[in-house]
Write a protein that binds this ligand. Structure first.
Ligand SMILES: *Cc1c(COP(=O)(O)O)cnc(C)c1O
Length: 411
């Protein structure tokens, strides 16, 4: 199979044969013997849930980011919920976020009993538009949740300035942004609180998991308690030799703690985070170079002041110059054995947000347009250079065979 490309000489045959023999998954986590050995060690240790390895992972994560506190939890969704809870978001409050995001970003606002106020993204980076944030502020606004879409940091200088002027808290959704930086400062050190994801397809993974970083002692203490039933912070030690059976409930907290099994993965994934990042950078550079000549697609832009985490590599189809739409393009890539995904279906297009808040598709034209054009190409450390070239070749082939032929005027 691998040699089909070489042995086919007839050009017309090329367009019907798949380029690859094996399907290229949209994502595959990079797990090796380090993680496996550590999980086995945890299993043999007799301590499975939150314990010494979770603490070690937290310390290492805080050190890596340069934040005073890092609190490990069982998802980024939990991290976002705890962050909003820590700043006291509740009934009657409003929290502003971008419609161009995943379900979790706004669901946690609703979990707190508050109202999500959606705004549009910027047309190029697809991150939240600071001007629209400012226009959406009311006396009930409590916080802003910028989402570092695809790993490209939001316009943090403008957002932090708006927040300071209006006395709002900034909780960053950094599910895509490990490791990313804005004007030389790592994401996780800019806003009041930052939430990271270690979901299976994120830049580092613990299977399921998340982390909150903050420099504020009071927020850290609150989150430390409320992630585990709202009982005093070291309650998990109560089964260890230095522990006690006695505990006090100071708040009806959540069951959001990380486990040592997950942290076993995290400890090793974090050590490899810079290597993974270099691999993602290489893949992005190869795509940017390899696809730069195609006028029918728009490639992701990177602002000079940011370090991009390249969690996603979203391309956008210039639909008026193609005879195939976004869904058709995805199907053609699948036939070329390239897995893709779409990030995101904007929140305001979903039935819940339309019905409860009355949003219309045209309310956020940049997000709507992006959604209709966007495809996420595979980008992860375990891809070989040949895999990357196959992606470039498949995209190029589909674009070339489905480009609208321009009238030359000579016809
Ligand atoms: C994945 C993701 C989340 C949720 O992460 P979990 O760890 O699965 O809870 C939140 N926001 C964005 C933008 C995401 O992509």
């Amino acid at each position: 199979m691998a040699n089909q490309r070489e042995i086919v000489s007839d050009d017309s045959m090329l367009s019907v044969l798949p380029q690859r023999s094996a399907f290229l998954q949209f994502h595959k986590p990079s797990i090796d013997e380090d993680e496996i050995g550590e999980v086995v060690d945890t299993l043999r240790s007799g301590w499975l849930t939150m314990g010494p390895k979770t603490l070690r992972f937290e310390e290492q994560f805080a050190g890596y980011i340069g934040a005073k506190h890092a609190l490990a939890v069982n998802s980024c969704t939990a991290a976002l919920h705890l962050a909003l809870d820590a700043i006291g978001v509740g009934a009657g409050d409003e929290v502003i976020t971008c419609t161009f995001t995943f379900a979790a970003t706004a669901a946690v606002i609703l979990h707190c009993g508050a109202k999500p106020v959606l705004v549009d993204c910027l047309p190029d980076t697809l991150t939240i538009d600071p001007e629209q944030v400012e226009a959406a502020i009311t006396p009930r606004t409590k916080a802003i949740i910028p989402v570092h879409f695809a790993g490209h940091p939001c316009e943090m200088a403008a957002i932090l300035e708006i927040a300071r002027r209006h006395k709002l808290v900034v909780v960053e959704d950094a599910a895509h942004a490990l490791p990313a930086a804005y004007r030389g400062r790592r994401i996780g050190t800019l806003g009041d609180l930052t939430a990271f994801s270690f979901y299976a397809i994120k830049n580092i993974t613990t299977g399921e998991g998340g982390m909150v970083t903050t420099d504020r002692q009071d927020y850290a203490e609150r989150i430390g308690q409320r992630r585990l039933h709202g009982i005093n912070r070291d309650a998990w030690k109560r089964y260890a030799d230095q522990g006690s059976w006695r505990y006090e409930i100071s708040y009806p907290g959540f069951k959001y703690n990380m486990t040592d099994l997950n942290a076993s993965l995290g400890i090793h994934q974090l050590r490899k985070c810079d290597r993974f990042h270099r691999a993602r950078n290489r893949c992005a550079a190869l795509y940017l170079e390899g696809l730069s000549q195609l006028a029918e697609i728009t490639l992701p832009t990177t602002r000079p002041e940011v370090e991009h985490a390249w969690h996603l590599f979203p391309i956008r189809l210039n639909l008026e110059s193609m005879t195939v739409g976004r869904d058709g393009f995805i199907e053609l890539l699948r036939q070329e054995k390239i897995g893709t995904s779409v990030h995101f279906i904007p929140l305001h297009l979903h039935p819940y947000y339309r019905q409860v808040f009355g949003y219309q598709p045209q309310d956020f034209p940049h997000s709507l347009a992006a959604f209709e054009q966007i495809i996420s190409l595979p980008i992860y450390p375990d891809m070989s250079e040949e895999d990357m070239r196959d992606v470039v070749q498949a995209v190029t082939k589909i674009v070339k065979t489905h480009a609208v032929r321009r009238r030359t005027g000579r016809g």
